[in-house]
Ligand binder design. Structure first.
Ligand code: GLU
Length: 295
């Protein structure tokens, strides 16, 4: 075993579809190519969006494709202590604050500056609650509040193994983002960073739809003193309308009764030139392209 530890982190909001199989296969291939560990983590914190029993269905889909977690499967719902402790650390560092802003309030604040907003601009948090003072956790204002992370201004530069150098000014493009929701659910940005650090993940391989989250996650990793893993964001499998496949737009479950076909579609999306549909061929192609001699 090398020091490589990777992971696949599906949300159990529906079965894996052909697009999620791409991320599953890529992260598995990268771990195998580096003779590393591959952990499956079920991201089930948002209970309202999770579908009962789908976690087991996802694990069956992976098993049928022989994509097997090297370590015991993790469920985020059983790991909240880690998020609480990271929250306490950020609070001690004065890097988070409670916020009661509704979406409507944020929009009116942004529009107050005049003019029209693009879709991306309308998602930026203008920092309204950042300067409000709260005495302690018992303060009435804190009840029912969301908690936001104070982002560092200026461009953050990081390198994606496939996409190359990436830049994002989180402060200008996103603003202070939520790490704990007002309904007390731990937000994806915090939970993913804490779990990756606790599991000592060295390499994150996931779909390019998540690339925009990476600068936020690196800011949190730095604030919490965690190492920054290496990132590779894969190609996305697009539907007939050119849109990314997703559970929201009704993508069909991956048909894992035909595992080789399923893996072959995923391998093609990853640009692996397969002659026959075999996992060992996919692994050989992946290694040729992505094996790092000194990961
Ligand atoms: N749970 C996320 C999803 O299903 C993936 C998180 C990640 O890989 O960072 O989209």
């Amino acid at each position: 075993m090398s020091g490589y530890i990777g992971r696949f982190a599906p949300s159990p909001t529906g079965p894996l579809h052909a697009g999620s199989m791409v991320a599953a296969l890529a992260s598995w291939l990268d771990a195998k190519a580096h003779q590393g560990t591959w952990i499956v983590r079920i991201e089930d914190l948002d209970q309202d969006r999770c579908v009962k029993g789908i976690d087991q269905f996802i694990l069956q889909q992976l098993t049928k494709c022989q994509l097997l977690s090297t370590e015991p499967v993790q469920w985020q719902s059983k790991r909240v202590r880690g998020y609480e402790s990271a929250f306490e650390t950020l609070n001690e560092l004065n890097l988070i604050y409670p916020c009661h802003c509704t979406r409507a309030k944020i929009l009116s604040e942004l529009l107050g500056n005049g003019g029209q907003l693009t879709r991306n601009q309308s998602k930026i948090y203008p920092g309204t609650c950042r300067s409000l003072e709260f005495k302690d956790h018992e303060d009435l204002h804190i009840q029912g509040a969301a908690w936001r992370f104070k982002v560092t201004p200026g461009p953050l530069v990081w390198e994606d193994r496939r996409l190359g150098i990436q830049h994002q000014d989180v402060s200008a493009e996103v603003g202070d983002f939520i790490i704990k929701r007002s309904d007390c659910v731990w937000a994806y940005q915090l939970s993913v960073v804490v779990d990756d650090a606790q599991s000592k993940i060295t390499h994150i391989v996931r779909g390019a739809d998540l690339v925009d989250n990476t600068a936020r996650q690196i800011q949190l990793q730095k604030a919490l003193g965690y190492p920054v893993p290496k990132y590779l964001h894969t190609q996305l499998l697009l539907g007939p309308n050119g849109e990314k496949l997703s559970k929201q737009n009704g993508a069909a479950p991956a048909n894992t009764s035909h595992p080789l076909e399923c893996l072959n579609t995923a391998a093609q999306t990853l640009g692996l030139q397969m002659q026959s549909s075999s996992v060992s061929e996919a692994l050989a192609f992946w290694s040729e392209q992505w094996l790092e001699r000194y990961p």
